[in-house]
Design a binder for this molecule. Structure first.
Ligand code: SF4
Ligand code: SF4
Length: 495
């Protein structure tokens, strides 16, 4: 249970320019034209990619299972519309590299015809395990961007006796307002999803935490939660990255998640408001996750908006609909400007993790005119993880990656606060992303060479065993031969 405690000091963070009013003041657009083709990646979640069970030429209905989840941590993929399967092949990923990944290509038939999947009128008579199973079968993952399979988190909640479910309505990234609009327009469905999650986790109560720059969302959610005393809706200070799990848990419950531990170890699980809405739809209406609300914003966007789009929609189509000026676009970002990924082009699809797509002008980007460090320590004071970014960057510059790891590189959450605040325009977070990738690659290479050595040792041991066995057989054969000759000689001597 939540006890009374004085609110802890917020560690680090910045007040970034919000730019949210470009989209937060308008209703979610629900008439996005159905694309002719949808590109549906098999991996839109943390864990193993889904395995296709359809073939090229198959006709499918909206919501039909296209690929099933593999293993404990994975999620299935469903058809975002009705149509015919055109291809299962490699296409550019929505990633800074745009390297190809496996996707199912669906040619839509324009009917957008749903499968017949009845919902449940009284889901609270279902067992908690059944709730998790249905959430898992609907392909729901963390829609705040983490994309961890939601059913796995519900199960962990049950197994670890979680007492508090936090619903993350912080949406602290600048420009993004899809959660804000959903809380304003879908508050009752979200609160229903929260109740279903509590039931699925067998948890006592939930806290919906909303940054205080979203007063309408707060009021709507408070009204929707009023009949349910087990759900509390609170306002939290507006400060990036308030939505970071550890910061939120600390602020809401006063509990500290130790480094290297999971939030479940302190009795807390966090889900995003969009995930709660998806849970409501999956259980009440039998609808799997096939679309999501995306914020399309930035200075180069003619019609900034929050729009519900089928998963697999190409960003180029989204940009056409929102009248993005390609010439003014200096950078395309998937997600928010602080933690999002820059994309090389618009020929990549939207996925479950896509909370926003930004088309930013040169004037909206931070200057790249890098100057020497003036040791002002601003980067240290804003780091929410309590790190010393300038020291880590100095180590990385001279390729001392182990030294950077020793002073906390692995605890960096790539929030970008240090880069944002740095008066010398040093791209600190880029150093940390690069170094983290290098460290992971080295560890993988080391793991591989250890595995190769283990396999070689096992092979040598097996060959030695075979050789030893052959030597023993040869010795036995010679001994048998000598024995036969001795017996023969004895017989001849007797005769
Ligand atoms: S904020 Fe920039 S200039 Fe200031 S200490 Fe950090 S790296 Fe150096
Ligand atoms: S990017 Fe890493 S080092 Fe920089 S402020 Fe965020 S957590 Fe700290």
């Amino acid at each position: 249970m939540l006890g009374f405690f004085s609110k802890p000091r917020i560690r680090g963070g910045v007040h970034a320019e919000e730019h949210k009013m470009l989209t937060a003041s308008q209703a979610i657009v629900n008439n996005f034209p159905l694309p002719k083709k949808l590109y549906i990646p098999l991996q839109q979640h943390v864990g193993k990619p889904a395995e296709p069970l359809i073939r090229v030429g198959d006709e499918v209905l909206k919501g039909q299972l296209l690929a099933y989840s593999q293993g404990m941590i994975s999620a299935p993929v469903h058809a975002p519309s009705s149509g015919i399967i055109l291809d299962v092949n490699d296409y550019p990923a929505p990633h800074p590299s745009a390297l190809p990944i496996r996707m199912i290509v669906l040619e839509t038939d324009g009917k957008d015809e749903w499968i017949n999947a009845p919902g449940i009128d009284d889901p609270f008579r279902l067992s908690p395990e059944d709730i998790s199973l249905r959430v898992g079968a609907a392909g729901i993952v963390g829609l705040g961007g983490a994309t961890f399979p939601t059913a796995v988190k519900l199960n962990m909640g049950r197994e670890n006796r979680i007492d508090t479910l936090i619903i993350n309505g912080a949406e602290c990234e600048p420009y993004l307002s899809c959660d804000d609009r959903q809380m304003q327009e879908r508050s009752e469905q979200i609160i229903d999803g929260v109740r279903l999650m509590l039931h699925g986790m067998e948890a006592d109560h939930a806290v919906v935490a909303i940054e205080d720059n979203k007063p309408q969302a707060y009021l709507a959610m408070q009204a929707a939660a009023k009949p349910y005393p087990q759900i509390k809706v609170i306002q939290i200070p507006t400060r990036y990255p308030m939505g970071w799990d550890r910061q939120l848990i600390r602020y809401v419950t006063g509990r500290e998640v130790p480094v290297g531990c999971r939030s479940s170890e302190v009795g807390v699980t966090i889900h995003n408001v969009g995930t709660a809405y998806a849970t409501h739809k999956a259980i009440r209406q039998g609808r799997p996750l096939v679309s999501r609300v995306i914020t399309v914003s930035g200075g180069a966007v003619g019609r900034p908006m929050n729009v519900e789009v089928p998963l697999g929609t190409l960003i180029s189509e989204l940009f056409d609909f929102c009248q993005v000026n390609a010439e003014q676009t200096a950078r395309i970002v998937m997600g928010g400007p602080m933690m999002g990924d820059s994309l090389p082009h618009t020929g990549v699809p939207t996925v479950k993790a896509t909370s926003g797509i930004l088309a930013l002008t040169a004037a909206e980007l931070k200057s790249t005119d890098e100057q020497p460090c003036i040791r002002c320590a601003s980067c240290v004071s804003v780091c929410p993880a309590g790190l010393r970014p300038l020291d880590m960057a100095n180590n990385i510059r001279v390729n001392q990656l182990d030294a950077a790891v020793d002073i906390g590189l692995k605890d960096c959450i790539s929030c970008g606060c240090c880069s944002y605040i740095c008066p010398s325009n040093i791209p600190l977070v880029q150093y940390f992303k690069y170094a983290s990738g290098e460290v992971a690659a080295r560890q993988q290479a080391q793991h591989k060479s250890e595995q190769t050595k283990r396999l070689m040792d096992a092979r040598n041991a097996r060959l030695e065993r075979i050789a030893q066995q052959q030597r023993e057989e040869e010795q036995a054969r010679i001994a048998a031969k000598l024995e036969r000759e001795r017996l023969k000689a004895e017989q001849e001597a007797t005769v």
